[in-house]
Design a binder for this molecule. Structure first.
Ligand SMILES: [Zn+2]
Length: 385
């Protein structure tokens, strides 16, 4: 049985009033938590009734005897569409959403993944040397571990952060006043994609971050699963960075969801073992990153690795001088990966999880450079010339 809203709930500090109620009944189950502060509504349910609000799944929260601060309470909620509902502005949309954000995101991952994997299987332009199964276990294992960790931490997701920013009125878009929905979505995609570009450059430039991001680059071949091969700590750092940008921008929840879907699908697409006809590639590249454009970034040649950092939009590399049209050795002959790593060290979930702790093995050119610098320090150079 659903409690009736106590008089005054929805005005004043409604959440506090409802929590008083919950505190008296520690095994109480909460069905909805909508909004915070003035709009907070906590609908509590006794027992486990089958039907609650329209299209809402239920989530049981055991409250401790001493009560819980409402922010912590909201942080404990796992059902994504409730998080969405918490933002006053999107409450209306959320009621009409066909499913929860989690289902939407899963579909937005599974559908492009299945399509791209099927096309790759038919005509892979780059010959496979290592069997798909050997690589896929580690690559897919990483995304599963990463998703579990991010989901377990309240407010680690950019969508939850957008809800919080919306409630508190944080960020640039709130400061300049209400903007049309399409503008909020467009601004979110463009600004967050630029932020991802900057983050990617930093992950290459700073040695500690490169150790994490190197896990992505040590994939000895490229296909759709490389698009999710990221170390969980990189995923977590990226979620924090994205959250900060979302807060500063005041990105709307819907904009962040659209961005996340585009980013994930775009990552699968740009890592796929596909080649578009030359004209199609050139036209698409004017706006988005294509598989050929991103493959250059996975070259074993560090000069090529430090180019084409863009995720979705191809503009940032062109504007900021990091664009490289093609790999020097051509797409079929180019070597993918990071120099010095043996194949056995870059496959399997366990090895990938500990790989950031492993020092990058020396390559012949590293040894040559060290030899030359030792010669210089001993004053041996210059005699021959
Ligand atoms: Zn990279």
């Amino acid at each position: 049985m659903v409690f009736q809203d106590p008089p005054g709930l929805g005005q004043g500090d409604g959440a506090a009033a409802a929590l008083e109620e919950a505190r008296a009944e520690p095994a109480l189950e909460l069905a909805h938590v909508l909004g915070e502060r003035r709009l907070a509504q906590v609908h509590a349910l006794r027992g486990a009734p089958k039907a609650s609000g329209p299209r809402h799944r239920q989530e049981r929260l055991q409250l401790p005897h001493r009560g819980l601060h409402k922010l912590q309470l909201i942080g404990r909620i796992r059902t994504s569409d409730w998080r969405l509902c918490k933002a006053r502005r999107y409450r209306h949309e959320c009621m009409e959403m066909p499913g929860s954000e989690a289902i939407l995101r899963l579909a937005a991952f599974a559908i492009p993944f299945a399509l791209l994997a099927a096309v790759e299987a038919m005509t892979p332009p780059r010959r496979r040397i290592i069997g798909r199964r050997r690589r896929w276990v580690g690559n897919l294992g990483l995304i599963i571990v990463g998703t579990i960790i991010v989901r377990a931490i309240p407010f680690a997701s950019a969508v939850a952060m957008a809800g919080l920013a919306d409630n508190r009125g944080w960020g640039l878009l709130h400061a300049i006043g209400p903007v049309p929905v399409w503008m909020g979505i467009a601004a979110s995609i463009v600004v967050l994609d630029l932020a991802m570009y900057v983050q990617h450059v930093l992950f290459h430039a700073l040695p500690a971050l490169w150790r994490l991001h190197r896990v992505h680059h040590t994939d000895p071949e490229l296909d759709v699963t490389t698009g999710v091969r990221f170390h969980p700590i990189e995923i977590l750092l990226s979620a924090g960075f994205k959250g900060a940008v979302v807060g500063l921008l005041g990105a709307p929840v819907l904009g962040v969801i659209v961005f996340e879907i585009v980013l994930n699908a775009g990552s699968l697409w740009s890592h796929a073992n596909l080649r578009l006809p030359g004209m199609a590639d050139r036209l698409l590249r004017m706006v988005v990153v294509t598989p050929d454009m991103h493959r250059v970034h996975h070259s074993i040649d560090r000069v090529e690795t430090d180019s084409n950092f863009g995720f979705t939009l191809s503009w940032w590399d062109r504007l900021l001088g990091t664009y490289r049209a093609q790999p020097t050795m051509g797409h079929e002959a180019m070597v993918v990966g990071v120099a010095g790593f043996a194949v056995r060290d870059v496959l399997g979930l366990g090895r990938l999880l500990v790989q950031p702790m492993v020092r990058q093995p020396d390559t012949l050119s590293d040894l040559g450079a060290r030899h030359r610098s030792e010669e210089r320090s001993l004053g041996l150079t210059g005699r021959k010339s």
